[in-house]
Design a protein. Structure first.
Length: 396
């Protein structure tokens, strides 16, 4: 294993740094992992290596290199966290391998590995998402594969089983997907940190040598390096108002009134309304910073509804951890419509991301308000800064 890590460091340092940051656990006969697999062991991402498989079947050093890289690529593409209960799990696993195996030299993988070329009549395009390959394979299995229907491609697909062609390495993912949402979130945060650290340790030259599709996937994660604002502290700004509460059963706290188990535990969760200034003065970089900060705010435990607004509110939707592909607006700026909506919905707090350049709002907020201003936005010494009702903070 150490020699494989050295080979990765000499040839593809980024993967080597990911490999070096993973927990490793060598397992013996009888363990659920019969080959290699990434999973969640002891609350940390772990590479499981079956000693018998490594010593007796994966004896080619090139194959050891390729299979380890294969597992790391599944982490990069976050395949182990994808939950689609209504899709066929076997076809999903084939699609995942079709994605990652394109970025491993074919000579570095065992002979039974799956590639787009394994289905020549299906004419699969390179560099596509797992869902693209899934739909193509589903059409093939259902006889809707066009020219590929009735060809050896269908037989190839029917001969692939969940315990063959390397797909058995995906079995520990089922355990991750069965964990609670909080545990999965923690594992994803661990993965983000792990990939970020690997990027920081990789030279610019080695980073540039990565395939464009892999860098594109990583570029969506790496900007989340750290929040620029201390959201856990800023959330206390809204502690003056009532927060949503919910009751949760707990076996750790017996009921004081009845002495029964489980008891009840009160859980607090703040519901925040977050307005995004989508006027023409806000550029794509500003929007990216806004949503990076919203991501960290969301991770702090808040329930967030997004408002896209320039002179009026155009869209409202719950935030789920992803930046939208497009936003509406791009006109002038008027804060009144968003403030009016906040007064009507009465959240625990209202946050407005903006540069601050607009007329003084005439709507008086009835909820705690925090204005988050861009680096190029209003300065504290300006009159307009003082005219914004509520607390203000500037992104550095």
């Amino acid at each position: 294993m150490a020699r494989t890590g050295i080979d990765l460091l000499l040839r593809e340092p980024f993967y080597a740094h990911v490999f070096g940051s993973l927990n490793k656990e060598v397992v013996a006969k009888g363990h659920p992992v019969e080959t290699l697999a990434v999973g969640l062991g002891h609350n940390a991402l772990t590479l499981y290596v079956n000693a018998r498989f490594w010593d007796t079947q994966l004896t080619n050093p090139a194959h050891r290199y390729g299979v380890v890289k294969h597992e790391i690529l599944h982490l990069v593409f976050r395949h182990l966290f994808i939950r689609e209960p209504f899709l066929d799990p076997m076809l999903m696993n084939v699609a995942f391998d079709l994605v990652v195996n394109q970025y491993v030299d074919r000579a570095q993988l065992p002979a039974d590995s799956i590639f787009p070329e394994s289905f020549p009549n299906l004419a699969l395009q390179a560099g596509q998402t797992w869902f693209y390959y899934y739909k193509k394979l589903e059409d093939l299995r259902q006889g809707r594969g066009g020219k590929a229907s009735g060809t050896p491609d269908q037989e190839t697909l029917s001969n692939i089983r969940s315990d063959s062609n390397g797909l058995e390495r995906h079995q520990p993912w089922r355990e991750i997907r069965s964990h609670s949402e909080l545990e999965r979130d923690a594992a994803e945060l661990h993965l983000d940190s792990l990939l970020r650290t690997a990027h920081q340790r990789t030279s610019a030259h080695a980073w540039g040598a990565l395939p464009g599709e892999v860098r594109e996937v990583l570029d969506d994660i790496l900007p989340r390096a750290a929040p620029r604002l201390h959201w856990q502290q800023l959330l206390r700004l809204f502690s003056e108002s009532a927060v949503k509460t919910r009751l949760k059963n707990t076996i750790k706290r017996p009921s004081k009134r009845y002495g029964s188990v489980p008891g009840l535990k009160i859980r607090h969760r703040q519901r925040l309304l977050v307005a995004i200034d989508t006027s023409g003065s806000i550029g794509p970089d500003d929007l990216k910073v806004f949503f990076q900060e919203i991501f960290h705010l969301w991770r702090s435990g808040a329930q967030i509804d997004i408002l896209e607004a320039d002179t009026k509110v155009y869209r409202q939707y719950p935030y789920k951890g992803k930046m939208p592909e497009t936003v509406t607006g791009r006109g002038g700026t008027d804060f009144n419509d968003a403030l009016r909506l906040a007064n009507r919905e009465y959240p625990d707090g209202f946050i407005y991301f903006t540069d601050g350049y607009a007329a003084k709002p005439n709507i008086r907020p009835r909820v705690p308000v925090l204005w988050v201003l861009t680096k190029q936005g209003l300065e504290p010494k300006q009159r307009e800064w003082a005219e914004l009702p509520g607390r203000k903070v500037k992104i550095c």
